[in-house]
Design a protein around this ligand. Structure first.
Ligand code: PHE
Ligand code: ZN
Length: 880
């Protein structure tokens, strides 16, 4: 808790740690409200440190010191000092020494879910980023890598399963007691944030995987009892991930066991602890009756993500937390590639870009903007952001685009060879990319250090006489907090010149010749590219495949956009042309300048796509969704009236639904579930299209649409169909939707993950008094402030999924969320601060909304003992 204004930590202050820890022996006496931890550390002065005879300052918080023994001698209180966040021993030997620390903690009282806590009656740990210091005193930073041995002792009856990192060594009973023990060994040195322990009455499913070199790895997924039959998809996904990392990156698993545990209380999605991944159970448990298609896809991707961390994050970790994107950006990139290889690459790319626009662009465009590698932070937990993760992944993808597939693989091999077992920096990673490819990436590096989304304007001119096409590009990044001046970036742009027949014309770049790869590189602020021998007037297709995370400000005529929508050989840009047109039409409606002929032309282009049997269902579904209300607000830029945005967007959807009535009906006819649910890509795509069609049909003809949705809901025999029907109903304020919500609750009252879905649906319900509904639900017996999933479903679901409700002009949405933030801050600051980021775009709004939001932010800041987490986020937003 804050006593004075929290101070930032700076990247430039990084110094090697004065002492290293070679090994750690931990002994846990597990009791829910008083666990004793004995830690035996082997330390030595760090030869790389510049300070000699420095005092030993160990991190520690919320733990109680019982005793301290240095090289066998008990230390007296006069020989050390215990602070709120540290333990200092002024005099330690200048040679290797051992320290034995006994502390106690209270897992049952740990509502922050950082350190050792209890979830569903199970002991579990979360140490990233700085949770290990809540277990024992330690040099709790990622460049301190040690070998761990863990011994756990607990009640045999209530805690039969004892797990930790690495390989199991030994277990047995404690004679004459009701307790037992187990010992685990992790042969790989690791930073403390990768430590994990799980102990409880867990059920499990097991399998084995044979690695590329023929070693058998035993796999286990541990869940609360009764959930064992919901682990099959997660297990399949794990084996797919292990195979893929061998095939695509030559990376083999390195321990004899790989375990996953699913717990119901978890701040994030999952955690890559060495050999013992811990998951939020919503990203493990699945069967057709409880999980949607999106759940299946997420489970597959998150299992892969955590597994891939074994090499990118664990074997090679981060020097300090400023380098977080080194492991996260790279691992997101790897999981995106995994999904692209397993499913449809085009569909994956489009959905990743949708996520980037929904989450990262708004961050980059507001008071929380920061570079993928930040240079300062107050609370590191606030930097697990879309910028670090998703923009970090985009940077890896751009390097792949720039140096090519082969050189990229060579660079990755070099990275593993050079830095295995080390705590590395972003510079070292990029050095591998340039060493392996021979390319100078020094200008490119600015992507890591500069915040803000660049916008690129493109102006093309075709000269029929000389058959030349001249393209002038200009890049610009608006100032972001703390970065007034921006440098030009090195931007790879996929490009096509599309001829009148829809085929790409050859790219003969002046001064270069025919391009082998359809790619140009923008490096200056303003640059002109001249293409020769362009036979016909081309339509420009730029940033193909979303080769760079920029805003393209191309000024194509409507006819050209419609042409690209129908003909671009790059599916991403086909979708993108549709998005640009959709955005223009919503903006026209917002400004009252809509032209019925434009809407008709847009609908006709959509019609062609829907009727084309060669186009896959998932792509059709994506084409049927207009840019989000958030994107429209960002395009307006200022003085936004969110009710009008909602109305304009829905108005266009109603009009489109009327134009497409026949097509939507035909989709409905042919997409019914033919048999038992299957999560394969084709079935997933078919259901996705069905749901997109239903959502539009409800907008087009409410009476008929509601009846269809209700019938679908009643007949549904899988959760995807059930949720698709309910989601469509949430769009309209009608009594049928309330009945359906009640029915859903009654059907699934005992499924905690389905109650989360019910909360989320409620949060998205459109119409007046949305905030009152939210407030009432926080008092519902099924809502729990201490369970992050409940908070995310109801409250983040409201902020992110109901922009009109959250931004209600009377301030009611802001008030209910500010109340929640204040209340949550005392329970779990990480969750509170994530919720607070929902205010990040309030500068875009009209003045009544802006001032209502400001008043709530001020009210939060006036709280007497605000956490560093919430203080950092709210003060940045309020002060901008
Ligand atoms: N490192 C985890 C991941 O991305 C995320 C995480 C961060 C989990 C902090 C818990 C705490 O895979
Ligand atoms: Zn990760």
């Amino acid at each position: 808790m804050k006593t004075e204004t929290p101070q930032p930590i700076h990247l430039t202050d990084y110094r090697p740690v004065p002492y290293l820890i070679d090994s750690v022996d931990l002994d846990f006496q597990l009791h829910p409200d008083a666990t004793q931890v004995r830690a035996r550390l082997s330390l030595r002065p760090n030869p790389a440190s510049t300070t000699n005879n420095a005092p030993l300052v160990l991190d520690g918080e919320k733990i109680v010191l019982q005793s301290l023994v240095l090289d066998g001698a008990l230390l007296q209180p006069s020989q050390y000092r215990v602070g709120e966040q540290s333990l200092t021993i002024a005099n330690v030997p200048a040679a290797p020494f051992t320290l034995e620390i006994v502390t106690t903690c209270n897992p049952a009282a740990n509502t922050e879910l950082s350190g050792l806590y209890v979830s569903g009656g199970v002991f579990c740990t979360q140490c990233e980023a700085e949770g290990f210091r809540r277990i024992t005193y330690f040099l709790d930073r990622p460049d301190v890598m040690a070998r761990y041995t863990v011994r756990m002792e607990a009640e045999r009856a209530s805690v039969p399963v004892l797990l930790s990192n690495g390989n199991p060594r030994e277990d047995g009973l404690i004679g004459g007691t009701t307790r037992h023990y187990a010992v685990w060994d992790d042969p790989f040195p690791k930073p403390s944030y990768l430590f994990a322990l799980v102990a409880g009455d867990l059920g499990a499913v097991h399998d084995t995987f044979t690695t590329m070199s023929g070693r058998d790895v035993s796999l286990g997924i541990y869940v609360l009892k009764g959930n064992e039959d919901r682990c099959a998809w997660a297990m399949e996904s794990l084996k797919e991930s292990m195979r893929w990392d061998e095939r695509r990156f030559g990376r083999e698993y390195d321990l004899d066991v790989f375990n996953i545990v699913a717990v119901p209380d978890f701040n994030m999605g999952a955690m890559e602890n060495k050999g013992l991944n811990v998951f939020n159970d919503k990203y493990i448990l699945a069967n057709p009756e409880t999980a949607t298609d999106a759940d299946y896809v997420n489970i597959e991707a998150i299992i892969a993500h955590e597994y891939f961390h074994n090499w990118t994050g664990n074997r090679i970790t981060c020097r300090d937390w400023f380098q977080l994107c080194l492991k996260e950006g790279l691992t997101v990139f790897r999981d995106q590639e995994f999904t692209s290889d397993l499913r449809s690459r085009a569909v994956k790319r489009i959905s990743d870009v949708k996520t980037l626009r929904a989450r990262q662009f708004p961050e980059d465009n507001g008071p929380l903007a920061h570079p993928p590698r930040p240079s300062a932070y107050i609370e590191i937990n606030n930097f697990y952001t879309p910028t670090v993760y998703e923009k970090g992944a985009e940077i890896c993808r751009m390097m792949l685009t720039l140096i090519g597939e082969q050189a990229f693989r060579k660079a990755m091999d070099l990275y593993f060879a050079r830095h295995d077992g080390e705590a590395a920096s972003v510079e070292q990673f990029v050095a591998c990319m340039s060493d392996a490819s021979g390319r100078d990436l020094s200008q490119f590096f600015t992507w890591y250090t500069q915040a803000g989304t660049p916008s690129v304007t493109a102006e093309g001119h075709y000269d029929a006489a000389s058959k030349q096409y001249t393209l002038t590009l200009e890049q610009q990044v608006k100032p972001t907090p703390g970065q007034e001046q921006k440098q030009p970036l090195h931007i790879p742009l996929g490009i096509g010149l599309v001829g009148p027949d829809g085929a790409d014309m050859p790219l003969d770049l002046d001064g270069v010749g025919t391009l082998n790869t359809p790619l140009i590189e923008l490096r200056d602020q303003r640059q002109t590219f001249r293409f020769n021998n362009v036979a016909k007037r081309p339509v420009l297709s730029l940033n193909r495949g979303f080769s760079a995370p920029v805003k393209m400000e191309a000024t194509l005529a409507m006819a050209d956009e419609l042409f690209l929508m129908g003909h671009d050989s790059d599916s991403f840009n086909r979708w993108e042309a549709g998005q640009r047109l959709g955005r223009k039409l919503v903006l026209d409606a917002y400004r009252g300048t809509a032209a019925e002929a434009d809407v008709a032309a847009y609908a006709a282009a959509l019609k062609k796509i829907i009727d084309d049997p060669a186009v896959d269902d998932a792509f059709k579904a994506l084409m049927l969704v207009l840019p989000s209300e958030g994107e429209i607000a960002a395009a307006l830029g200022a003085e936004v009236d969110t009710d009008k945005v909602h109305g304009a967007r829905d108005g266009l959807r109603t009009a489109l639904a009327a134009h497409l009535d026949g097509e939507l009906g035909a989709i409905w006819q042919r997409t019914g579930e033919p048999g038992p649910y299957r999560p394969d890509p084709a079935s997933t795509a078919r259901r996705g299209l069905r749901q997109a069609a239903l959502a539009l049909m409800v907008m087009g003809n409410a009476k008929r649409g509601i009846a269809l949705a209700l019938a679908e809901f009643e007949a549904a025999h899988n959760m995807s169909a059930e949720m698709g029907a309910l989601a469509a109903l949430m769009q309209v304020d009608c009594p049928e939707r309330e009945t359906a919500l009640d029915r859903f609750h009654a059907r699934h009252a005992h499924e905690h993950l389905l109650i989360d879905k019910w909360l989320m649906l409620n949060a998205q319900a459109q119409g007046p008094n949305a905030a009152a509904r939210i407030e009432a639900l926080t008092r519902h017996p099924d809502f729990r402030w201490t369970t992050p999933n409940k908070v995310y479903a109801l409250l983040s679901g409201f902020v992110g999924g109901n922009p009109a409700g959250f931004n209600a002009e009377d301030g009611s949405g802001y008030r209910v969320i500010a109340d929640a933030i204040i209340r949550l801050d005392a329970i779990n600051p990480q969750v509170a601060s994530r919720l607070a980021t929902g205010f990040r775009s309030c500068k875009l709004l009209n003045s009544s909304r802006k001032s209502a939001a400001q008043a709530e932010l001020a009210r939060i800041l006036a709280e007497p003992s605000l956490s560093r987490d919430v203080f950092e986020i709210v003060s940045k937003i309020a002060g901008s």
